[in-house]
Design a protein around this ligand. Sequence first.
Ligand code: HEC
Ligand code: HEC
Length: 351
Amino acid sequence: MKRNILFASSVVLLLASLFGCGGKQADDASFNYNIPAYIKPFAEPEYNKATQKGVALGRALFYDKNLSAAGTVSCASCHIQQKSFSDGLPQRQSELSGNKLMRNAPALINLGWMEGYFWDGGAPNLEFLNTGPLTSHDEMGQDLRQLVVLLQKDKQYQHMFMEAFGKDSIEFSDVSNALSQFSRSLISFGSAYDQWKSGGKELSEEAMKGYTLYKEHCSTCHTEGLFTDNSYHNNGLDSAFANDTLFGIEKGRYRITRRAEDMGKFKTPTLRNLSFTAPYMHDGRFANLQEVLQHYSGDLHQSATLDAALKGEDGSLGIDLSEADKMALTAFLEALTDYDFVENPAYSAPD
Ligand code: HEC
Ligand code: HEC
């Protein structure tokens, strides 16, 4: 009996040393993402696995206006929690440069599953992305070396960086890694739909009718679960893509790949939390869901890359939706709203 206990405890010790889960490392406990069973977890990058300290540091940075050159803009200026981390504007006018931003600020949720960031997938990963808003003259206008000097002078940040990354001196990669850890922690699966999926409350009859319509007409691109297929499509917003501003920012995915078949394609956005994220589409052209459904049901523009899913066999454009269908679809989309997410204190500005 005694021998068995000894044996068992040495197995535990062996496992603990193999997996490095003994002693000191227990303090920087890894961050626990709250992912429901019907969603396949994402893989974190090996070089930046989230810890509680890292996420806390990222949160402080996300809300800190001192990260911008003029000390006036933080990530949260354009990514507002109450709006599911979008900003409610079609195309914001930059506080720094006065220029109009060419794209609508997307909601920041469930980013760990995303395979390319920005509306055209121009940023291959979240860590790489952060230098964009930090340095852009239309966003935060910061010099990255200057930023590190600034943070290094701050006793509280010094301490937080030490706790998160165990280094005396701050490096820009750690600034970016911490920001990405916080961004990835913005997980949203608390909607009525999720309660239904996990075996709780039923959806209303109207929302269930909308669900059937969604499965029939929308789910090929807005795939169930995350409500995006992580791919790029032309959903018929425009017929011409001649504008060359900013290397062709209105050409969508083509701007990145330069392949003719990608002309006018944009990343499929999630359908979660739409109640908070109007206006819609990459340039925020639709003020509400009625306008979006009007677009899909009849106002589509023909072009060479228009997605086949939006064309009828007889060559007609768009999805045939009656007024009753539109109401049912709207009820289903409403059921994808996570009201707790926008109030969750873990995501709000730290004290
Ligand atoms: C001045 C407004 C502004 C500021 C400040 C800003 N963003 Fe953004 N953000 C945007 C816009 C606009 C886009 C869409 C750009 C595009 O798709 O080309 C965007 C896109 C993103 C995305 C991609 C989301 C997706 O679905 O692909 C992430 C992540 C992000 N921002 C994080 C941040 C972080 C972190 C900061 C602070 C370091 C920040 N942003 C600061 C406006 C802003
Ligand atoms: C062929 C693929 C495809 C199909 C089918 C499709 N969508 Fe989309 N949807 C997209 C893409 C791509 C975008 C982004 C386009 C852009 O901004 O240029 C989008 C954008 C949206 C948006 C705006 C979201 C935001 O955050 O701005 C809503 C809402 C939407 N779709 C709802 C629907 C509904 C409802 C249906 C079914 C009736 C549907 N979509 C069918 C690909 C599709």
